[in-house]
Each structure stands twice: as C-alpha cells, then as structure tokens.
Design a protein around this ligand. Structure first.
Ligand SMILES: C[S@@+](CC[C@H](N)C(=O)[O-])C[C@H]1O[C@@H](n2cnc3c(N)ncnc32)[C@H](O)[C@@H]1O
Length: 254
C-alpha cells in the first residue's frame, strides 16, 4: 500500500535532477481507482523558463524540497498576487525548507514586509488516519531538522523575517503566532486530519481575498487531502480551484 506514496516521492526526487536539464519523469502506477489517470496538459506557456529571479532561487532550493518546479512556480506567482491583500504568510509542512524559502524570497521581491511562519514537527507526519490516509504512517518524512531549515533560511540564503515553529501545528505552536491576519497559507502536510485542524484554526484569520494553497491535491497517494478539499467546496465563503499540477487553490471571498 505504501507503493504509491513511494512512487510520488521518487518521481519528485528524480525530477529534481531531470528538470534543470529540461526533462520530466512521470511515474505510472496501476490504479484500480477510476478517479485517477495520468494527466498531460497540452498547453505550453511556460513563464518559469525566463523568470530569472525564480530560477535563481529554484537552483538554490531544489535539494531542499519535494515540490516540483510547476507547483513551486505557482506558489511564486500566487505570493505575488497577494501584494493586493493584507496579512502575514504561513507554511505548514516545511520539511527541509525549500518551498518556504521560495515563498519568503518572492514576498521580499514584492515588497511584502509581513512575517512568514514556517511550521513543522521536524519529526514527520502526524495524525494519519488508517481509512482516510491509507498510504501514510506517522513519522514519515522525518529526515529533516529545524537546524537544516534554519541554516538554509538564515545562513545560505540570508532571508529575514521568517519565524520557524517546531511542533504539531496548530496544537503545539499556535500560541507563538502573533499575527491575526493572513494573506497566504501553504498547506503541505499530506494527511486529512492535519489539514482539517489547520484550516479550522486559520480560516477566520484569512484576509478577504486570502489564498490557501494545498499541496498533494490530485495525487493518488494523498487521498486524504483530496477528500478534505472536496468537502471544502460545499462552503459558500470560498472558491476552490483544482489546478492540474496537483495543487488545490482556495480563495476566501467574504
Ligand atoms: C511533504 S513534506 C513538506 C514538503 C515541503 N513543503 C517541501 O518544500 O519539500 C510534509 C511535512 O509536513 C510536516 N507535518 C505534517 N503534519 C504536520 C502538522 N500538523 N504540524 C506540523 N508539521 C506537520 C511533516 O513533518 C513533513 O515535514
């Protein structure tokens, strides 16, 4: 049962090497779930190719992230969109800090001076539910540390205005969050219960027009996140967008 998760992370890892060379590996798995198939969009507008600032930071964080270039570029663009909205930024699910560093860099380039919180247990995934997240177990992805992220953010990239919070979010670290308004939230926690608890905490703190990006939406290994986001569609105060790259993007409208 863990094969699908393994394939997703293997593909992500191998693409870290192949993407800069202009190639992309896709990993097929035989699936019995009729909701899934390999997706190959035929559009070819690729603004990341000539975005010098993006490629500069991408080259520096590529070994610190599981997130592929297309999802990273979407984070990059969406942070830019949030210059129109007030509030802080937050990522839950940092692992080695790659996507978090990219979010901070883009915020700086856009003149966003609000803080970015980077929240992770640094001890791997928590709150897995056998039924909702059959491909995960607690403790997966614990091959990181607060020090790795601290060194990336502060020493290697010399980024400012980032607060790293170690522990289960929101349960163990919410009290350290001093901001009460957020413009941008990246949720990359892989499992249903964690996503639910994070959204329970952050939704009333999101600014109108604020954006939540869910990683893992649309990957067969992460069906808990897909289930959670699909439930969010029923709520009238948000717009839920399925991006074919594996993101769900949710915008608060009231
Ligand atoms: C897929 S990784 C994040 C990948 C990262 N965004 C990147 O750029 O590679 C998922 C992370 O979520 C963390 N995590 C899962 N649930 C959490 C929770 N409720 N609170 C804090 N961290 C959590 C895990 O420890 C793990 O490091």
């Amino acid at each position: 049962m863990r094969k699908i998760t393994f394939l997703k992370f293997s593909a992500d890892f191998i693409n870290k090497i192949l993407n800069p060379l202009g190639y992309n590996a896709t990993f097929f798995q035989n699936t019995t779930d009729s909701n899934y198939e390999k997706i190959t969009p035929i559009a070819n507008y690729a603004p990341w190719k000539n975005d010098i600032k993006f490629n500069e930071i991408y080259g520096k964080i590529i070994n610190y992230s599981f997130v592929d270039k297309y999802r990273l570029y979407e984070l990059w663009q969406l942070v830019g969109e949030t210059t129109k909205i007030p509030g802080a930024l937050i990522e839950i699910g940092v692992w080695r800090g790659g996507s978090g560093a990219l979010i901070r860099k883009k915020a700086d380039l856009c003149g966003i001076s609000d803080k970015l919180y980077l929240c992770d247990t640094f001890e791997g995934i928590v709150k897995t539910d056998l039924e909702k997240d059959p491909y995960f177990k607690n403790g997966s992805l614990n091959n990181t540390s607060e020090k790795i992220v601290n060194d990336l953010i502060n020493k290697k990239l010399k980024l400012k205005n980032v607060e790293i919070l170690k522990g289960i979010f929101p349960d163990e670290t919410k009290q350290f969050v001093k901001d009460d308004k957020f413009r941008f939230c990246h949720i990359d926690v892989d499992v249903y219960n964690s996503a639910r608890d994070i959204v329970d905490w952050i939704w009333k703190r999101m600014s109108k027009g604020g954006i939540i990006v869910y990683d893992d939406y649309g990957f067969e290994g992460c069906i808990g996140i897909t289930k959670f986001v699909n439930e969010e569609r029923k709520k009238s105060d948000r717009i839920v967008i399925h991006n074919l790259n594996g993101h769900a993007v949710v915008i608060k409208i009231v």
